[in-house]
Design a protein around this ligand. Structure first.
Ligand SMILES: [Zn+2]
Ligand SMILES: [Zn+2]
Length: 379
């Protein structure tokens, strides 16, 4: 019964021709509530007509393309939309429509709102947690992982139908993929919830995947972890997530790393830190010592007169940057060990030495203290 009388959509909603989208939306809400047939039992027919007009106006003005066509050509530009509204408007204003259309029942929303989409969707991303030793994190690894994930069912090619049974037209929508409802004075079009708009359903389910078209499989993947990764580093393996839906692209796999601590190296980003004890004699006279670095021992010259707490930087002996930059540095923190458990001979020699070295036991200046030094270096 759509009225053939042509009324101006802007006038129906009492908005100006330049009204913004949210203004039109709130104007429609106001009109729909005012002319809601349930609220106007005394003038049901007038209310229904006003309600229908407002809804038609909103269906056009809320759609950018339809609105532009209406602005240019008037009703001639949008005649096709009169009478049958896209159901998004009913979903958008469910609070208004729900009660008098029995919306839940008609559209099966209770069964899992948001169904009925046939558009392509990207597959889910997957996460895989991997633990690495300190050395593996430093040098990188190429390894195999076993990953359980959803994959297309090979038995039915992802269709979910038993081999040879094919598909049948959906009974709910008679193969159209859409349902048309005449609810009182409205005609509504909606994606068929039974077949999700495909128009066809499986006759007999594939036994392998029980009609889902996909099965869980443990897939073995070769993965390469770049050198220099740290705990919480996420390595992205593109396209190795779950398969897409309706032809959409697959998701990605993220390998989330956890690296074990090292017995003597501590890392900050790509830099490494370690503490090396030296003897009093080495500290006073200077020495060449071997510091275990990541891949080989490094010769380090301890200069004459090295104090405890001195820090020696070995440039480029830290970890590689996993993003392909340079390498970090290795900082060697020197600790001068005071000898304990002296032999009689050592004690005599030290006493003799001590006699030649008058001690000056004044407090050191603040900025030469340990903390001051640490601050200089670590900023
Ligand atoms: Zn199957
Ligand atoms: Zn259907």
């Amino acid at each position: 019964m759509p009225s053939q009388a042509r009324y101006d959509y802007y006038e129906v909603l009492s908005v100006s021709r330049t009204a913004a989208a949210d203004e039109i939306k709130s104007a429609y809400r106001k009109a729909a509530l005012k002319w809601h047939p349930d609220r106007n039992p005394a003038q049901k027919e007038v209310a229904e007509e006003k309600f229908r007009q407002a809804t038609e106006a909103y269906a056009v003005l809320s759609d950018e393309q339809k609105r532009a066509a209406y602005d240019r050509y008037g009703h001639a530009g949008v005649t096709a939309s009169a009478g049958g509204f896209n159901s998004t408007i009913f979903e958008e204003f469910q609070d208004i429509f729900g009660d008098f259309f029995g919306f839940e029942d008609v559209f099966g929303r209770g069964a899992g709102g948001g169904r009925g989409r046939t558009r392509a969707q990207r597959g889910n991303d997957l996460r895989y947690d991997m633990r690495l030793s300190f050395e593996e994190a430093a040098s990188g690894v190429t390894t195999k992982i076993r990953l359980p994930r959803q994959e297309f069912c090979e038995e039915c090619n992802g269709t979910g139908a038993k081999k040879g049974t094919g598909v049948a037209a959906c009974e709910t929508c008679k193969g159209h993929g859409q349902l048309h409802y005449q609810q009182g004075f409205f005609a509504i079009t909606r994606t068929c919830p039974a077949c999700q708009g495909a128009g066809q359903v499986i006759r007999e389910k594939c036994a392998e995947c029980r009609g889902k078209g996909r099965v869980e499989r443990a897939r073995v993947l070769d993965v390469r972890i770049p050198p220099g990764v740290d705990s919480q580093t996420r390595v992205r393996v593109p396209g190795e997530g779950e398969p897409g839906i309706n032809g959409g692209p697959p998701g990605d796999l993220y390998i989330v790393l956890e690296t074990k601590d090292h017995p003597f190296f501590e890392r900050r980003g790509a830099d490494l830190y370690c503490t090396i004890p030296i003897s009093v004699a080495q500290a006073a006279l200077g020495a060449e010592i071997l510091v275990p670095a990541l891949n080989s021992d490094e010769k380090v010259a301890i200069p004459e007169g090295t104090q405890t707490g001195a820090i020696i930087r070995l440039k480029g002996k830290g970890l590689p940057d996993p993003h392909g930059g340079g390498k970090g540095d290795l900082y060697v923190h020197v600790r001068v060990m005071t000898p304990t458990k002296l032999t009689r001979e050592q004690r005599r020699l030290l006493q003799e030495l001590g006699g030649t070295m008058p001690a000056e036991n004044r407090p050191a200046e603040r900025n030469s203290s340990f903390f001051g030094k640490m601050k200089d270096i670590f900023g």
